[in-house]
Write a protein that binds this ligand. Sequence first.
Ligand code: DGL
Length: 279
Amino acid sequence: MRAPIGVFDSGLGGLTVLRALHERLPHEDLLYFGDTARVPYGTKGEKTVRAFARQDAGLLVARGVKMVVVACNTASAFALDHLCDVLPVPVLGVIEPGVRAALAATRGGTIGVIGTSGTIRSGRYQQGLAAAGLGPERIVAAECPLFVPLVEEGLGGHAMTRLAVAEYLRPVRDAHVDTLILGCTHYPLLSADIEAFLGSDVRLVDSAEALATAACGALAAAGALNDGDEPGRLSFILSDIPWKFAEIGARFLGKPIEGVESVGLDEMEAAGHALGGQA
Ligand code: DGL
């Protein structure tokens, strides 16, 4: 019960998920790992992302977490099944909660999903929506590869971002979606630009919120919620300390990140091996 929840992402974007978890579960200790040495995952292939995700999760397990939350949409798309097979603790990914939240939000119209190239090409969100009975005419998906760097550069609201939003989201708007899944850790920071283009009638589903709700439910069902009344501690491990990490991290987390530990790739490789089996 008192062990931390582990959260990992390809970099700092998963801090949006950490923030949502901390708000939802204020007494839980949260241990965040960001693979800043190897970000982005969204442009990489399935095998590579799965091997990285395995090491990320292995590192958190080696630090004694009671649950692993895969904050990264791309890692959830390519590695969740594998992690469920090899990890000795429960694992939650972001896709299923995001799909569920979108189905609850839609008013019977078309649902859109946007994400990295990896997430969209994996087809995982689309499969989840189809499994709930949505026909292909009611699902529209778009890759938005420039959104991640735009957010990292703090360009929300900038003319360049508005241009990228219009370019990527035109097919989404033309399909008259009533609900849009923000299927990437970074996209909630572009909500205002997206809403300005699509109109405020379109419901934006933040998969970070949906995941926090799912984690809360899973821990409660397992009787593993922290029953203490101390405020939960946030700890951070990164595989590299990027030049702008304090600025970018604070933007995602909503407050400064303090006390960051860094790990080498050799330790991460060892953590992946320790899980046994093949990636
Ligand atoms: N965290 C990734 C995701 O949610 C976005 C950044 C990346 O490409 O690594 O898919």
